[in-house]
Design a protein around this ligand. Structure first.
Ligand SMILES: [Zn+2]
Length: 81
């Protein structure tokens, strides 16, 4: 049971490898890594390190950092029971 605090959906940016387009989707964090479909219908997309607000560390850290601590709660680290 976890029906709580899902009012705000973060926005994620994706890039289509078929047509090279980039697009954004608002979706729950739980689905942030789920496959996204490009507006043109392509399914070969990759998730970009998005602009999920939180300004702070944005100097490319190469690998994908899932959740910068110090955002808007502790979700993502796994401490939200
Ligand atoms: Zn596409």
């Amino acid at each position: 049971m976890n029906a709580a605090h899902n009012d705000v959906m973060p926005r994620y940016e994706y890039r289509c490898r078929s047509c090279g387009d980039t697009f954004e989707l608002s979706r729950p964090m739980a689905e942030s890594s789920a496959p996204a479909t490009c507006p043109a219908g392509h399914e070969d997309t990759v998730k970009l390190l998005s602009t999920v607000a939180v300004g702070g560390r944005t100097a490319g850290s190469a690998a994908s950092a899932p959740a910068p601590s110090g955002g808007g709660g502790c979700c993502g680290g796994g401490c939200c029971g």
